[in-house]
Each structure stands twice: as structure tokens, then as C-alpha cells.
Ligand binder design. Sequence first.
Ligand SMILES: [Zn+2]
Length: 91
Amino acid sequence: MEYAVIAFFCGLSAGVIAKIKGGSFWIWLLVGLVLPLIGTLAALFMRWDKDEPRRRCPECGKVLPISDQVCMRCGRDLDFPQAPPSDAVAS
Ligand SMILES: [Zn+2]
């Protein structure tokens, strides 16, 4: 029973951290439940999409990763600004 409570709170914290960092709350909730402490730590230290440069769609205002070439909301083709090729950013 105690383990279930601890796992629950670890899962919750992992989910909340992931959500703040722009990840999926539910996926990280599950990760935290299955791997209580590891899931929370992984959520804390993992790099997120949010670190990527972002730009705003001129059509609908949605904020997108700079590597996206089409707006996911309105389908507008986006020109590629001064960003370097994504291959160079990957490392
Ligand atoms: Zn758009």
C-alpha cells in the first residue's frame, strides 16, 4: 500500500514536471508509476522540445518548433528563417 502511494506521487510529479517542460503529462505519469524515482529524475533532467528555438505562425499565431515547415494548426507553409539545418542542431 505504501509503495502504491509513493509510486502515485512519483508518477504525479514526473507528469507535472513533464507538463511544465512541454511534454506529455499522461505518458510521464505512467513512466513515473512504473519507475517511480527514475521516472521523476528522467523528467527533471531530460531535454525537451521547449529548448528548441520557436517561432510563431503568421497565419494563426500558433507557436511552432523552428524546424516545422508547415503549421500544424492551419496548414500554412512556413518559410525557413535564418535557422541552421536541423542536422547541425541535433548534436
Ligand atoms: Zn498556423
